[in-house]
Design a protein around this ligand. Sequence first.
Ligand SMILES: Cc1ncc(COP(=O)(O)O)c(C=O)c1O
Length: 362
Amino acid sequence: MSVFIPQMEPVITAEDADAVTAYMRSGAWLTEFEHTRRFEQMIAEYTGARFCTIAPNGTLALFLALVANGIGHGDEVIVPDLTMAASATAVVMAGATVVFGDIDPVTLCLDLTRVDERMTPRTRAVMFVSLNGRAPAALSDFARACRARGIAVIEDAAQSLGSFVGGKHLGTFGDCGCFSFSSQKIVTTGQGGAVVTDDEALFQRMKRIRDFGRSAGGSDHYLSVGWNLKFTDLQAVIGVEQMRRLPRLVEGKRRMYALYQQHLDGVSGIELPATDLTMVSPWFIDVLVKDRRRTALAEHLKSEGIGSRPFYPALHAEPAFGYDGSFPVAQLIAEQGLWLPSSLNLGEHEIERVCASIRRFF
Ligand SMILES: Cc1ncc(COP(=O)(O)O)c(C=O)c1O
């Protein structure tokens, strides 16, 4: 019996372990300090953003960005119907109202040509999610047009570290860009998140909000309501190690996607979404399974010792949201999408095994 191939697992190296050990022997206070500042600096440098602030996870990074942009009760935020639930629940956490919008069938991101249809006088922000590292070339113009109308663009780039549009890193088009370092992400600290921005005033607000609203570190003078959204240096030392090898991880993701493209070429029952591998560093290997055969394919893979995972559901129809409306593209893609084994721990031989199994099924 062959070894089970999981859909995902993190890549943790000896360098990560050594960095943690060295840190633990250094008289560490564990909570955020110099290593967290270094991690923030590396993210800002890599993405080309002026400022970066860390958060405990990607959900709280989104919450922090929304609150710092002044979004709360009475405001509406447009969110794609096909995304991880946190894109929407962060809006709820900020006290605002989620307005879902349909996605584009090519990029699988919010359909920017139809966002206007979802706007009302209460629209204060658009949550643009670069799903799996993809985004349309029109994102730049879209963000500019929103800004001119006083509507914030919060980029949920949780899946997009290492991905670009027109040479510019995702997360840097909107007012704020948010990342996640949960255990399945290309850079992982177990849990973790970050917000990047070019706006110094926003950055200063975020720094205050994430430290109880204090006027300065250690002060007990509170300028605004804030929370404890701090990180730990124990995690940051791992983040710093992984940021060092990010260029190699990005290359690995692109190579893996190209291998899947090559080995699945001509399989008529599935489609790989269009992916520009000079710009996109796909987080997961995603395929669209035609003719309602996704569940059968997943079961076949499982019977051959291969893990997979269906796409997120169309959020509007989930009990958590119970939102009236019809979003046909999101619904169709949610029914067809399947994530294949995507860990950078996989070798070429294992990818070939997955693709051979898919070919056998069809
Ligand atoms: C698109 C998207 N947004 C937000 C999140 C939430 O990030 P976290 O799990 O770090 O809170 C995720 C996590 O997978 C995500 O994929």
